[in-house]
Design a protein around this ligand. Structure first.
Ligand code: TGC
Ligand code: FAD
Length: 389
């Protein structure tokens, strides 16, 4: 596959720090040299290339925006650029890092005890351990507040019963951050691999996000020691705070997928000749598609950059993150679809990237809050009138 060239119509590069550029280029090289040679094979097999996990840890890409405990302590823009470069490779690669960093390490960092942080964060940062995040249930996706998974207090700790579904990294994980209903509301628990009554099952038949492990988590009378409850979790809001972190990363990540599709379509259109002996890029309808992509990607880049600045200043709110996730995933999906069309029949082959990104982005527009749920979050924000039920 062709090496990546970067779309940067408004010279965003010049507003990045030297460190941000260095980090981005390092991740880009890793993706080009170590991930891209594997992606087609693993996408076909429907597996995540887990042999890369220690390398991803070594590069400092796991929980890179957290401080201490072996984490890199990077700013929001560097963190965003890492996500962009990973997802330029594949949404499954970015998902692996998003879940580990934003949905496993972040809750341990924000809501865990000192012992939990010391036990897990350095190992998760190094890629020596893998984690997953269990919120969604078979009957509660967009509405996780209805969850049925329960944790009952006993003299020995907590007895956990229930099931989670669609869980990224589930079968690969040493530790699961699991959200369950207790007498005092929803709380987070650390469920360790090998706990009696805890089972993970791979989900099969996905036509999207194939280079990613997606699993069910089953809990039958699992005894969780008190020391594995995340003590600072205080309800569904704690789980939703984790989602805000991951949604921020997705708003940047999908730019990578969109830029890869744009590059591929532009190069193809300049080389493919039909009718008059001229390349298809000379036709107005093809140019209109390319300009749409350029236009929307550029706006989305500026949106992500400004959101990153707000986040670094401690001023980004949940609704702003929702807007960026909603917009950027939508335009990435549109870009992938147009790129696939420009490639004609070749666009359905996995020799090219567009169809793989297009299929992946159908997951990305669904997880971490569907496009319509983010519409409702924003509707509620501007009217003060929630329209969820
Ligand atoms: P609601 O009453 O609105 O909120 C409960 C409490 O939480 C607060 N809150 C938030 N806090 C932080 N960040 C956010 N984004 C927050 N949104 C709400 C809220 O203020 C309230 O606090 P308090 O103090 O008043 O109690 O809750 P609700 O039950 O009405 O639900 C609201 C809704 C629908 C927006 C929410 O449930 C939602 O976002 N649903 C979408 C579910 C979702 O995104 N699931 C993602 C699962 S994880 C995943 O997909 C991983 S894929 C990752 C990968 O592979 O990359
Ligand atoms: P539903 O909630 O059943 O929604 C179906 C449709 O109804 C959607 O179009 C939705 O927008 C619409 N809808 C729902 N409610 C309303 C409403 N009030 N008004 C208007 N429209 C509405 N979850 C985790 O916890 N951890 C993970 O690691 C994880 N990884 C995932 C990986 C993959 C590959 C996928 C596909 C999903 C993953 N998820 C994960 C689950 C994901 O977060 C949910 O799929 C998502 O939240 C949507 O839930 P649902 O699929 O049950 O759809």
């Amino acid at each position: 596959m062709a090496k990546f060239q970067s779309l940067d119509f408004y010279d965003i590069d010049s507003s990045l720090s030297d460190e941000d550029r260095l980090i981005r280029n390092t991740v880009r090289e890793f993706v080009d040299n170590e991930f891209m040679p594997l992606v087609r094979e693993y996408y076909r097999k429907g597996e995540f290339p887990d042999q890369l996990i220690p390398r991803i840890g070594e590069l400092g890409l796991l929980g890179s925006n957290l401080n201490g405990y072996g984490c890199a302590g990077l700013g929001a823009i560097a963190y965003g650029l890492i996500n962009q470069e990973l997802e330029r490779g594949d949404s499954g690669l970015r998902s692996f890092a998003s879940v580990q960093g934003s949905l496993v390490m972040y809750p341990i960092h924000a809501f865990g005890s000192e012992e939990q942080k010391e036990a897990w964060l350095p190992r998760l940062a190094a890629g020596d351990a893998v984690g997953c995040f269990g919120l969604t249930e078979p009957d509660f996706g967009s509405n996780p507040g209805g969850m049925r998974t329960r944790a009952e207090k006993t003299s020995d700790g907590w007895l956990l019963n229930g099931a989670k579904m669609w869980i990224t990294n589930g079968t690969l994980s040493d530790i699961a951050v699991v959200w369950a209903r207790t007498e005092d509301g929803i709380r987070g628990f650390l469920v360790e691999k090998g706990t009696e009554g805890f089972e993970t099952k791979a989900m099969h038949g996905k036509l999207s996000l194939r280079a990613s492990a997606t699993s069910e988590l089953l809990f039958e009378n699992c005894l969780i020691p008190e020391s594995n409850m995340l003590p600072k979790t205080t309800g569904l809001g704690s789980a939703l705070k984790c989602l805000t972190q991951a949604r921020y990363g997705i708003a940047w990540g999908v730019l990578g997928a969109a830029m890869a599709c744009y590059d591929e379509a532009l190069n193809y259109a300049k080389g493919r000749v039909q009718f008059s002996g001229k390349p298809i890029a000379s036709h107005q309808l093809v140019q209109e598609k390319l300009v749409y992509m350029l236009n929307e990607i550029t706006k989305a880049q500026l949106l992500a950059l400004q959101l990153g600045k707000l986040k670094d200043a401690g001023k980004a709110n949940n609704a702003q993150v929702s807007l960026a996730k909603r917009n950027n995933v939508h335009i990435a999906l549109e870009t992938a679809r147009l790129a696939r069309q420009i490639l004609g029949a070749n666009g359905i082959l996995d020799d090219y990237q567009a169809m793989r990104h297009l299929c992946n982005l159908e997951t990305v527009i669904t997880y971490e809050g569907t496009h319509d749920i983010h519409t409702l979050i924003l509707g509620s924000e501007i009217t003060g009138l929630p329209a969820f039920s």
